[in-house]
Design a protein around this ligand. Structure first.
Ligand code: NAD
Length: 432
């Protein structure tokens, strides 16, 4: 099929490259001309494992193209995915100006049947608005369908998530739209859930909100573990082996972050409010998540006493491993709080140093973990990158001013850390 993807970010590029790999001819569009010029030269603006190679291969096979012209993309493509950002507007509501702009741009270039697919995460009823907007701005009466096909990929494993999904959700209102999307996704051989557009939109918000709830739930349980001396890792395992619960997203830590969960949760609460339902459960999920950073600061104070004037080393800035994405990363909130208390911060992250440099002006970014640790009064593990699990802990101990380590991702064994001579503090677990 001939396909256009409007918005060439984490979702747009992965979707474009993967659909090209399935044999389609794909044009990825973006209004950021610099990004498009770079992509044409093989410069991939984000780090996602395997993406650079996949893009290169499909460009070579003449299945993947980049353009800043929606006109060109709409002219050449039967299916047009909208994958622009839907950030928080500031009030919790999703900012849908990008979706509206793209809908208008598509409308003014429509000639002949097109299927317009929402890939971005949007509040329920956005599909209706997209339809109305396209009808209002199309020059003549046009033949088109709108569909919803929310994306569930995770940064860090986006390509395999896209190519081997647990399920694909397609929300449609015509047989034609359904058949096109079923044909497009047939090669993936994945379970496909066909719904109406509103249900598909809701499935995405409800899924993210549910996962965030799981994270806040286990973080709340970790508070009890801290109090009584139980081990949250044992509790997680004991709960997670129950198939009805499942072990994924049952890891106590710094709380959720990133470009999706915080804003999607807010947007879900906000649309629920608008529709007359006070989603208090999700408001509490958010409160627990925010409190989790304060829990860590309190743990630091418990050992350091005074934070002012202390040097704190932070390993991990990205909101999760295997990505360079620092949008809403919990590490950034921690840094802000520690700086407000007067700490001096040194930090290292395997992939996000470039992005962090632009955002974090007043911290020392280091070229390797050992440099970040050297001369620190406290070391914080903020992201569970695999390489942090393999550090030379004796070397770390020697480099620290005092062997105090706060493991915000529970990657080390408290007993082993105690044996090595660390003052080790985890989340919901400690060495005894
Ligand atoms: P992103 O910020 O990485 O990419 C969005 C891209 O859209 C940018 O390159 C931007 O320049 C471009 N853009 C904005 N307005 C445009 C316009 N009018 N015309 C053309 N291009 C335009 O965002 P993302 O992380 O890829 O997320 C996109 C959507 O997918 C969001 O709704 C997000 O919630 C959802 N989503 C994201 C993930 C994820 O892990 N990042 C996963 C599932 C769903």
């Amino acid at each position: 099929m001939n396909i256009a993807i409007v918005g060439s970010g984490y979702v747009g590029l992965v979707t474009g490259a993967c659909l090209a790999r399935l044999g389609n001819k794909v044009i990825c569009v973006d209004n950021n001309q610099k990004k498009i010029l770079g992509l044409r030269k093989g410069i991939v603006p984000i780090y996602e494992p395997g993406l650079k190679e996949l893009i290169k291969d499909n460009v070579k096979r003449k299945r993947l193209f980049f353009s800043s012209s929606i006109k060109e993309a709409v002219g050449k493509s039967e299916v047009i995915f909208i994958a622009v950002g839907t950030p928080d507007s500031g009030s919790g509501e999703a900012d849908l100006t990008g979706i509206e702009k793209v809908s208008c741009d598509i409308a003014s270039n429509l000639k002949g049947y097109r299927l317009i697919v929402e890939k971005s995460t949007v509040p329920v009823e956005t599909g209706d608005w997209v339809k109305r907007t396209i009808s209002a701005y199309a020059k003549n009466k046009q033949n088109f369908d709108v569909a919803s096909n929310p994306e569930f990929l995770r940064e860090g494993s986006a390509i395999s998530d896209f190519l081997q999904p647990d399920r694909i959700v397609i929300g449609v209102e015509s047989d034609k739209a359904r058949d096109i999307l079923l044909k497009l996704y047939k090669p993936l051989n994945a379970p496909i859930v066909v719904t109406n557009i509103k249900s598909a939109e809701l499935i995405k918000h409800a899924s993210n909100a549910f996962l965030a709830t799981k994270i806040s739930f286990i973080n709340a349980v970790s508070r009890i573990c801290d109090t009584v001396g139980a081990d949250i890792k044992e509790v997680e395992r004991g709960m997670g082996l129950d198939k009805r619960i499942g072990k994924d997203f049952l890891n106590a830590g710094l709380g959720y972050g990133g470009s999706c969960f915080p804003k999607d949760l807010d947007a879900f609460v906000s649309i629920a409010d608008k529709l007359g339902y006070d989603f208090r459960l999700l408001k509490e999920v958010k409160r627990i998540n925010e409190h989790q950073k304060e829990v860590v600061i309190a743990k630091i104070k418990d050992s350091l006493w005074i934070i002012k004037g202390k040097t704190i080393g932070i390993l991990g800035l990205a909101f999760k491993p295997n990505t360079d994405d620092i949008r809403n990363a919990p590490a950034l909130d921690l840094i802000k709080s520690l700086q407000n208390e007067g700490a001096y911060i040194k930090a290292f992250d395997p992939k996000s140093l470039k992005k962090s440099k632009a955002l974090l002006k007043s911290i020392k970014l280091c070229k390797d973990p050992y440099e970040a640790v050297s001369g620190c009064d406290c070391l914080l593990i903020a992201t569970d990158w695999d390489e942090f699990k393999k550090l030379d802990l004796m070397k770390i101990k020697k480099l620290l001013n005092r062997p105090f380590l706060v493991d915000c991702r529970n990657i080390y064994d408290p007993k082993k850390m105690l044996k090595l001579g660390f003052n080790y503090v985890g989340i919901g677990r400690r060495a005894v």
